[in-house]
Design a protein around this ligand. Structure first.
Ligand code: NAD
Length: 470
């Protein structure tokens, strides 16, 4: 027996009361005798605890946390004694005691020390003080949105901004002013108080967008659009030190592992590459496929791209200018020696309008412009990989970090790869499936901040802390 067999009361060991036997569960042998606490001994222990309680509670939580850490240090120093006591009493395997039961003791103390020290509820934290937090709206928020999902993106920002108490000025893209105008009409029809929701139209640089972002009466800017435009808006708002929320471009990777359900991975990739003519910030433009299924996957994806083209899908590019930008990447790919598995130009049936062919490219190096720059059209480059580590490295070889898709049936791999891929959004065996409460946004060139659920409400309001001396 390597431990005391009495009672520990008020900081002292007291050996009083009759004793009872303690047996080794492995052999059944008696290994010691323990004192039994009578009513009076219990009373002394409770009285000691009551006496100590007000002083203990009066300590700042940081000091109580420090005591817990000291106790955890003590557990580690007496590790072998703890293992011996636990093994003797329970008969459990010493390996389990060493790797689970005893280390968990110190961890239990440390975790609560860490958590309690962070909690802001104050009677508990700083005695004699009450602190609480109120949130107030930013004020007037500029909502600057692009053309690719005009209504979805406008409402995504406007809803959160309004409910947090802000009034808003929306600047739709000059290419897609329609649905924001209808929204303004609806605001008037339902009798929304005048001035709460406003819309101004016009282009961005040197015009309505820039004037709005830089206006001294604007307290915050929420923007979705190109990364380059994001930099320009940052410069515009720098003097005013305004809060910004930026959802910017992407160069998103799709990783298809050989164990994936092939039909689902092909159809999912058709969606993630070609939806909305590839004009979604979340669209996949780089596909990496594990070598055993690479040939078949590439063949099937190319076949589907050709079918889409024949069926006069997907939708056209937004403008002649954007069609020219996308076609310039098709030409660049060809000049850099890409193999064109499908598409690569203008569909033969497109007499007018801004259509381009759904296009699948391969054979370009990872560092090529086609593999590094956002094209924002119905196009992807496809390349094989051999190992999980290689797939992750390829996905992460980008200045963007918005979204990624992972196709696999291996649960462990799904979690591992999702954590290793540097993107704000990772979809496993699906794409663009959104729970609107979850944070949405990107890393690096893909944005600043997160919107979605409480993350939006946090951006569209400022916390203020009130502290009262009681
Ligand atoms: P864009 O950046 O050209 O324009 C977006 C908006 O900003 C438009 O309303 C435009 O008029 C305005 N604008 C342009 N220059 C400005 C300036 N200097 N000051 C203030 N406002 C200015 O983007 P786009 O071409 O309309 O949209 C496509 C881009 O949007 C792509 O890069 C795409 O990836 C990105 N996007 C990102 C997300 C996301 O959530 N991360 C979503 C959709 C689109």
């Amino acid at each position: 027996m390597s431990y005391q067999n009495g009672h520990f009361i008020g900081g002292e060991w007291i050996a009083e009361g009759a004793t009872f036997a303690n047996h080794d569960p492995v052999t059944g042998a008696e290994i010691g005798r323990i004192h039994e606490a009578g009513r009076e001994t219990v009373d002394r222990a409770v009285t000691a605890a009551r006496r100590a309680q007000p002083g203990w509670a009066a300590l700042p939580v940081a000091e109580r946390a420090a005591w817990l850490r000291r106790l955890a240090d003590g557990m580690e120093a007496r590790f072998d004694d703890l293992v011996a006591a636990e093994v003797a009493d329970t008969g459990k395997d010493a390996v389990q005691a060493r790797t689970l039961d005893i280390p968990r003791g110190a961890a239990n103390f440390r975790v609560f020390a860490d958590i309690a020290a962070q909690r802001p509820d104050n009677a508990y934290h700083l005695p004699g003080t009450l602190s609480y937090t109120i949130r107030r709206p930013l004020g007037v928020v500029a909502v600057i949105v692009p053309w690719n999902l005009p209504f979805l993106l406008t409402t995504w920002k406007a809803g959160a901004a309004l409910v947090a108490g802000n009034t808003i000025v929306i600047k739709p893209s000059e290419l897609t002013p329609g649905s924001a105008a209808v929204l303004a009409d609806i605001a008037a029809q339902v009798g929304l108080p005048a001035g709460v929701l406003n819309v101004v139209n016009g282009p961005g640089a040197g015009s309505a967008g820039e004037f709005l972002a830089g206006h001294p009466g604007v307290d915050g800017v929420t923007f979705t659009g190109e990364s380059r435009t994001g930099s320009a808006i940052m410069r515009t708002v720098a003097d005013g030190v305004k809060p910004i929320s930026f959802e910017l471009g992407g160069k998103n990777a799709g990783l298809i592992f050989a164990d994936a359900r092939l039909d689902a991975a092909v159809e999912g990739s058709v969606r993630s590459v070609f939806t909305n003519g590839g004009q979604v910030c979340l669209c996949t433009e780089r596909l990496y496929v594990e070598r055993p299924i690479y040939e078949e996957f590439a063949r099937r994806l190319a076949k589907r791209a050709e079918e889409l083209s024949r069926e006069r899908e997907p939708m056209p590019m937004i403008s002649a200018g954007h069609r020219e930008k996308v076609l310039s990447y098709y030409r660049l790919a060809a000049s850099e020696g890409a193999e064109v598995l499908a598409g690569g130009g203008v569909p033969p049936w497109a007499e007018s309008g801004y259509h381009v062919e759904p296009t699948v490219l391969t054979g370009l190096p990872q560092g090529s412009r086609v593999n590094q720059e956002e094209i924002f059209g119905p196009v992807c480059h496809i390349a094989p990989f051999d190992t999980e580590a290689e797939a992750v490295a390829l996905a992460n070889d980008s200045r963007y970090g918005l979204a990624a898709t992972v196709w696999t049936r291996d649960l462990s791999r799904a979690h591992r790869v999702a954590a290793a891929v540097q993107a704000g959004l990772v979809w496993v065996n699906t794409w663009f499936l959104r729970d609107l409460r979850t944070p949405f946004g990107g890393l690096r060139l893909s944005g600043i901040g997160r919107e979605g659920g409480v993350h939006s409400l946090d951006f569209y309001s400022e916390p203020s802390t009130v502290t009262i001396k009681l």
